[in-house]
Design a protein around this ligand. Sequence first.
Ligand SMILES: [Fe+2]
Length: 369
Amino acid sequence: MSLSETLPVIDLDVFLSQPENSEAAQQECTKAANALVTYGALLVHDSRVSEDDNNTFLDLLEDYFNQPIDALKQDERPELGYQVGVTLEHTEKPKCAVDEPCLDIIANLDPAERPLDITGHQPDPKCRFFWKMGIPPPYDTKYPSLNAPNIVPQDADINARWEPVMETWGKSMKAAVENVAEMTAIGLGLPRSSLKDAGKYGPHLLAPTASDLVKFGQKDTILAGFHTDLNFLTIHGRSRFPGLHIWARNTGKRIPVKFPATGRYLLVQAGKQIEHLTGGLIKAGFHEVVVNEKTVETIEKRKISHPDRPLIRISSTFFWHLSSDYDLLPIPELASRASQLETGSQAMYEPMKVGQQVQNELKHIALMT
Ligand SMILES: [Fe+2]
């Protein structure tokens, strides 16, 4: 099953070129909201996106993560919960491995549709870089450690390329995900800018991950164990290596993510903040990154087509957050729709600041103590 056959494709071009109240635009918005309710994910077509920008970005990150470990270590900031700079391999734990409700979700899946076993709960063998893309809030924030300045790598060649490449690709993904937030708001019956404005000063992150496929390229290696994202919406560009699996809320099926072969597409996934704000009407989407058969095939092909390039799987990922000081509590109309959807026991969504929710989640995945 390919993702393009199963996940709805939302056309941002239609939304941006037609009047907001036109039937065509309204239809796309309804489709976006319904896709997030049903699947926790959607594909978005955005003709403003440049594949060249994504490729330039992937090249830069391959070069960065191909540096000696001592160079990478200079960019680590454990005292800031790794929320800027680099996180090296075997630091981040998949929360699910130690979280009972999450293990129940796995147990309830058909054995053939389960993620790779994470119960040994080794931290993930993936590295990550966090590049902040937020606008600093113009007010005193209660959560300053999440609003610390960016780190630029020191290597002369990488340093010179870094900022323009990160900013160009990051801005493309940020623009697309903010438009998806607007479409989702309209599709849920909320004012267009309500969700986008709630994240106006969010600590958004361009957050590529890197997996060394020389060390971790054997089939069935877990690169990132089964989990959901803690932010509001996550958007991904194309990766050079397949391996991302997602689970749609209502089907219980593992879906290998496959972008359409050509064209300007991005993948959007729901995170914990949108689940909280909608009272569970939209659920954060579970996913994993593993070495599957297609990953292995792609590794073999890439060794031949690009013998001089580092064999590193970069994910082109952007985490869009709500503002840290925003009050996170379910919107009553959406929560009541959610209660009609649920059959079993319902999750509780206690009111709290977004910054508190983020800190709670980081403790679970061992990035903050
Ligand atoms: Fe994730």
